[in-house]
Write a protein that binds this ligand. Structure first.
Ligand SMILES: NC(=O)c1ccc[n+]([C@@H]2O[C@H](COP(=O)([O-])OP(=O)(O)OC[C@H]3O[C@@H](n4cnc5c(N)ncnc54)[C@H](OP(=O)(O)O)[C@@H]3O)[C@@H](O)[C@H]2O)c1
Length: 384
């Protein structure tokens, strides 16, 4: 039995993790969970899974959940804020921490979990984008596994099993192209958030849905792949594959390409990460090849979707540039979702920030947090 902590349990990945745990009750026990504000969902989870600990980031929601637990004689202990998140991510009883928080706010609890020698099932890609160097170094020093949950990285991880890493020629990340594939800049000028939130293939949280529409999501994944698999940016290629049947590929030096295919359902990479290296009974639909008919591949349009280009550039520059890029993206996605800026301004603000803020090679937790704060503050000052 493995004991699990899920950070960000109320989100898209968090709730799909719960679905996997429901199907595999004999393998996993849910010991601790966190959320930001969604107290209603947390109360349902307390009643179903009886976790030992809950951490609520938002203070008001913490009191609501605490009040419920005291009033209903629940044994679940309720904690609050970042201290609460770090506490549950480092509990001695926990074996695996699923990081399904959205945004770089996940960096501190992820690092704390690694220092406490927990394996990480990592969905929270922003953490690797800003802190890849720190996270991978800490993982190595503490002898823990970082198991990718992102479907592309889960696919690459599977294609690497049993093969010599030295013989990898390149990693090929597939991209659906998002809801606006094939559209011109002119057509993207007046895109509404409702249209941008409608992903053609995946049902995801709002931030990653907008990132998919701008192709920033693929850019974040390029940086994530660089850190997870220790591959240079020149050897990571993005291929648009609208059917989203191939989740990603690895090309070896002899020209062989290994691909992982599956239905578009995040429960598959979640299940694989939690059970690694074992394969368990299917929790997703099988692919029906007779229904698929065609698999197509295109080059990404980096002119229209400049966020992907900017992410490659930030990754190559290194230092704090990925933090600058990520902070600018997180805050401008939020501004777009609040109808404060237009869709195309997201890429413009990211680009302007990468020019305005001075990069530094000094990467430690404090300098990442400080730069993240500075970038957010400045963008909000201008646009709020
Ligand atoms: N969704 C997917 O299919 C998918 C696929 C691959 C990778 N990912 C990655 O997985 C991560 C989660 O994505 P998602 O789509 O599941 O996001 P989501 O649906 O928006 O869920 C985010 C979770 O994080 C919590 N949260 C939000 N802000 C927080 C804060 N400031 N402090 C603490 N907790 C906070 C939320 O709590 P509340 O509910 O209380 O707000 C919720 O539990 C992202 O990094 C994303 O890029 C997602």
């Amino acid at each position: 039995m493995k004991n699990i902590c899920v950070l960000g349990v109320t989100g898209s990945i968090g709730t799909q993790t719960l679905e996997v745990l429901r199907r595999e009750k004999d393998r996993f026990s849910l010991k601790a969970v966190s959320a930001n504000t969604n107290h209603e969902a947390i109360i349902l989870i307390i009643n179903e899974f009886h976790p030992d600990f809950v951490a609520m980031m938002d203070e008001k929601s913490y009191y609501l959940v605490k009040n419920y637990c005291v009033g209903n004689n629940k044994n679940t202990k309720v904690l609050k804020g970042m201290e609460g998140l770090i506490y549950i991510a480092t509990l001695p009883i926990v074996d695996i921490v699923v990081t399904s928080i959205v945004g770089m706010i996940g960096l501190r609890p992820t690092l704390a979990a690694i220092y406490a020698k927990k394996d990480i099932a990592l969905a929270n890609k922003e953490t690797l984008v800003v802190g890849g160097e720190l996270v991978m170094k800490a993982a190595k020093e503490n002898g823990i596994k970082i198991l990718p949950v992102d479907s592309e990285h889960g696919a690459v991880f599977q294609c690497l099993q049993g093969n010599d890493r030295e013989k990898v020629d390149k990693i090929i990340l597939t991209a659906s192209g998002g809801p606006f594939r094939g559209k011109s800049l002119e057509e993207l000028k007046n895109i509404t958030k409702e249209l941008a939130l409608k992903h053609p293939k995946w049902n995801m949280g709002p931030k990653i849905s907008i990132d998919s529409a701008t192709l920033m999501n693929k850019g974040l994944e390029v940086i994530e792949a660089h850190w997870l698999f220790n591959v240079s940016y020149e050897d990571i290629e993005v291929v648009v594959h609208p059917q989203s049947v191939i989740h990603s590929m690895v090309q070896y030096i002899d020209g062989s390409v290994l691909a992982q295919l599956g239905s578009t359902d995040m429960k598959l990479p979640i299940q694989y990460a939690l059970n690694f290296p074992e394969r368990c009974n299917r929790v997703v639909d099988k692919i029906n090849f007779h229904e698929i008919n065609t698999l197509t591949f295109e080059k990404p349009d980096l002119k229209t979707f400049k966020c992907l280009r900017l992410a490659y550039e930030a990754g190559k520059m290194g230092g704090l540039m990925p933090t600058i890029m990520n902070a600018a993206n997180e805050v401008s996605v939020e501004l777009f979702l609040n109808n404060k800026i237009k869709f195309l301004q997201i890429g413009d603000i990211v680009e302007e920030s990468m020019i305005k803020f001075v990069n530094s090679d000094k990467i430690d937790l404090d300098s990442i947090l400080e730069m993240d704060f500075k970038v957010r503050q400045e963008i909000n000052r201008i646009h709020l």
